[in-house]
Design a protein around this ligand. Structure first.
Ligand code: ATP
Ligand code: MN
Length: 465
């Protein structure tokens, strides 16, 4: 009986002797006159399997010899130990059928392409090594994220993507509307009449599931949400997307320090899983993507060492005493810029650092106010190369303090009635954080541009594919 196997399975030494079917895409075909060596890839793993096809095949001259890069084929054959040293196994082909011969204009010919070029063919780039590898690591991370929380008794909660509170406080929002933009209904005083809109009021795509998931934490203890988030900020950077995925755990009865502890264990677990289970892909990132080829070494070190902690106030001291000149001046009260984050992680601490207790004026309204009344129990996890990958806090759970903070910021407490209700009926201390999936993916793979770690990136001016 022929067994249908993946390239990953066919490459295992224990598969030697099996009669198999393989299907995939030709990476290269070397024509040696009476035989061809075909490198076949099906995306199941980084490497290819070598198919050896000779002129005993009836369609050898008519089809096999004409195989081009990108062609799709079906092959039957026997897995044998490979005489070559590059791979443990190869396949002696007994039958080969062609689904499609890719013409010469197939854009992914065997040569190095720039990431910019590959971005312009996002529909085909999953067949390129780099994107294949990114997709597999991304998949492993997502699996690991669920495993981490599920094994610790967290419940997975789906928070809405469409929200009518424009008050999540995390960034610019995309509007969701069914109003006819060419003919917008107006109120007598000339404003848009949202009562005629789909939800009867303005609606938006969510920038964070946090406010919603807090309600579940205050009922079920430990919960997390993991889904797409949308930000309409016009920031054309290599670290921002308009649509990205965020993991947001929220824990009742967690202090800020327990929150930081969880964030550290979480990141280390993700790194460990990827290092263990995506070894071949990770070796590629180390050798071909990371310019210093130290990716594996530095991730391994991070898994083994404690993350540094430092208060915002200490961080400002460190930056003020730095010999380096910064483009953005440093003084207590300013938000940390990317150059500051990089100095802290890359130069000063030489590893991940958790900065905590930020000035309240640069953080969101829902963060717990410290007794000094100047700082809030916020924390950001900063990593070398990427900067901020996690932002979190202990939440303000005192009704009066929260209401005051809203008013201070010119927000209307009535808009937050259900959020405030949590603080009215059995309020409890609680904490949580948000991890950007693409940020951790950049960190793990050393990919430099966030647009290359999500299948179809959305950013200002681009929603192609
Ligand atoms: P930054 O300062 O880097 O713009 P932020 O402070 O606006 O981020 P938060 O609101 O704290 O971000 O969001 C939590 C996490 O979501 C961040 O730590 C980051 O990992 C990720 N994130 C935020 N904005 C984006 C974005 N536009 N694209 C991709 N990931 C993002
Ligand atoms: Mn943040």
């Amino acid at each position: 009986m022929l067994e249908k196997v993946s390239v990953a399975q066919a490459r295992l030494e224990e598969s030697v002797g099996k009669e198999v079917v393989l299907q995939g895409w030709v990476r290269t075909c070397r024509d040696m006159k009476t035989m061809c060596f075909i490198a076949l890839n099906d995306g199941s793993c980084f490497g290819n399997i070598q198919l050896v096809a000779d002129d005993s095949l009836t369609n050898y001259d008519s089809e096999v010899k004409k195989l081009t890069t990108g062609s799709s084929i079906y092959a039957e054959g026997k897995i044998v130990a490979s005489p070559g040293s590059e791979q443990p196994t190869e396949v002696q082909v007994t039958k080969l059928e062609v689904y499609d011969i890719a013409p010469a204009e197939y854009p992914l010919q065997k040569k190095r392409h720039t990431l910019e070029f590959l971005r312009s063919i996002a529909h085909l780039r999953p067949r390129a090594n780099t994107f294949n590898a990114v997709a597999r690591v991304r998949n492993r991370l997502c699996y690991s994220i669920h495993q981490f929380f599920q094994s610790r008794g967290f419940y997975y909660i789906h928070t809405p993507l469409i929200t009518a509170s424009d008050c999540e406080g995390a960034g610019e929002m995309f509007k969701v509307t069914t109003l006819d933009l060419a003919n917008v209904p107006r109120t007598p005083d000339g404003n848009v009449d949202y009562t005629q809109d789909f939800f009867g009021k303005p609606a938006f795509l969510t920038v964070s599931g946090q406010l919603a998931v807090e309600n579940y934490a205050c009922a079920m203890g430990k919960v997390y949400t993991f889904g797409p988030t949308f930000r309409a900020e016009n920031s054309n950077t290599s670290r921002h997307l308009s649509e990205f995925w965020m993991i947001e755990p929220e824990m009742a009865f967690y202090t800020l320090s327990e929150n930081m502890q969880l964030a550290e264990e979480f990141l280390k677990t993700l790194l460990r899983d990827v290092l263990n289970d995506c070894a071949e892909d990770m070796q590629f990132f180390n050798d071909r993507i990371d310019p210093s080829h130290t990716l594996l070494e530095s991730l391994t070190k991070i898994v083994e060492c404690d993350f540094q902690r430092c208060s915002y106030t200490q961080a400002i001291e460190i930056l003020t005493n730095a010999k380096q000149k910064f483009q953005y001046p440093v003084q207590w009260g300013v938000d940390l810029q990317s150059e500051h984050e990089r100095y802290l992680t890359e130069v000063h601490f030489k590893g991940p650092v958790i900065v905590h207790d930020y000035p309240k004026d640069i953080k969101a309204f829902y963060m717990r106010l410290n007794d000094d009344e100047k700082t809030v129990r916020a924390m950001d996890v900063l990593t070398p190369g990427v900067g901020e990958i996690i932002g979190g806090s202990e939440r303000e759970y005192r009704y009066d303090v929260l209401e005051n903070r809203l008013k201070e910021l010119g927000l209307n407490p009535e808009d937050y009635w259900w959020y405030l209700d949590l603080r009215r009926f059995g309020t409890v201390p609680h904490s949580g954080f948000g991890l950007g999936l693409e940020r951790i993916l950049m960190f793990v793979t050393s990919m430099q541009n966030i647009r290359d770690v999500i299948p179809f990136p959305r950013f200002p001016g681009n929603a192609e594919f």
